[in-house]
Design a protein around this ligand. Structure first.
Ligand code: ADP
Length: 266
């Protein structure tokens, strides 16, 4: 697997880089907690680059089984051939394996995660009748949104206690503004307005809003602005629409957008 030559743009928010490096050196698995769109994936990409390790990312979903991670026999021209899954490849190659939104995966995946995440660092491959020792470079990273039901509760305490948790939250206003500027190319005044709007949306009672306004949503809004849409039009399309289907909440969001982005030119 080829390494990206370009360093991913990542602005540290707190001490996450130091904690991650320490955990990796000690071969401890890392648990990234936080809402969607707050920079977890970008952080892992940046760490893989900084540590000069290949990165294998698996976006977990509710059909994902242990076999999807470990591998399976496939029919190839009349023959059956074993094909490693992404976790097995990472274990063999010494890559970082990032299981994004691990809570979505089926329960049986925890069975393969246990011996990998605890002191053994082993991957049993039942179908092949072998157990692989993880390459020293291998690192396991899982992310989840603590708001959701968690498969992690089914992890053994011994495994859970070995995991190093890094909590993510949205960057502070100044940092978020500079991220929005860098990622979208929008001007600082517009970015600052969007960050203020996000602050107001994040303070709302989120019962009817699916997710709070993430940094990702702000970047999408800013991108539409660079295409010539007014900030208000852009925020309606990239922020209000995606965040809720509820008519009342939608109206509330649009009102906030009008207040914070109004008609005034910046
Ligand atoms: P998550 O994995 O938490 O859902 P992402 O890593 O995909 O979120 O972040 C969404 C987007 O927000 C990224 O593509 C990136 O543009 C931006 N972003 C968020 N936080 C940061 C950060 N600290 N530094 C640089 N970009 C960031």
């Amino acid at each position: 697997m080829a390494l990206d030559t370009e360093r991913p743009y990542y602005q540290p928010v707190a001490n996450e880089v130091t904690v991650f490096r320490a955990a990796y050196r000690q071969r401890l698995p890392v648990l990234l907690k936080g809402p969607t769109g707050c920079g977890k994936t970008r952080f892992v990409e940046a760490m893989a680059h900084a540590l000069d390790r290949p990165l294998i990312t698996v976006s977990c979903h509710d059909d994902l089984t242990a076999a999807d991670l470990v591998g399976r026999y496939l029919l190839r021209g009349g023959d059956t051939e074993w094909v490693d899954g992404p976790l097995t490849r990472a274990v063999r190659e010494g890559a970082l394996c990032y299981l994004d939104e691990v809570v979505e995966a089926r329960q049986d995946t925890t069975v393969v995660l246990h011996p990998l995440a605890d002191h053994r660092r082993q991957l049993p491959i039942e179908r092949l009748g072998i157990t692989l020792d993880a390459d020293p470079g291998f690192g396991l990273i899982v992310s989840y949104n603590p708001g959701y039901q968690s498969v992690l509760k089914d992890l053994k305490d011994s495994t859970r206690q070995r995991m190093i948790a890094i909590e993510f939250d949205y960057p502070g206003p100044e940092l978020e503004e500079s991220i929005v500027v860098t990622e979208s190319g929008v001007g600082s005044p517009e970015a600052a307005q969007l960050v203020r709007l996000a602050g107001a949306v994040r303070r709302l009672d989120t019962a009817t809003v699916r997710e709070v306004a993430s940094t990702r949503v702000l970047i999408s809004t800013a991108r539409l602005i660079t295409e010539g849409l007014s900030p208000r039009e852009a925020a309606r399309a990239a922020l209000a629409g995606p965040l809720t289907d509820d008519p009342v909440a939608g109206r509330g969001l649009r009102e906030l957008i009008d207040v914070y982005l109004g008609d005034s030119e910046v």
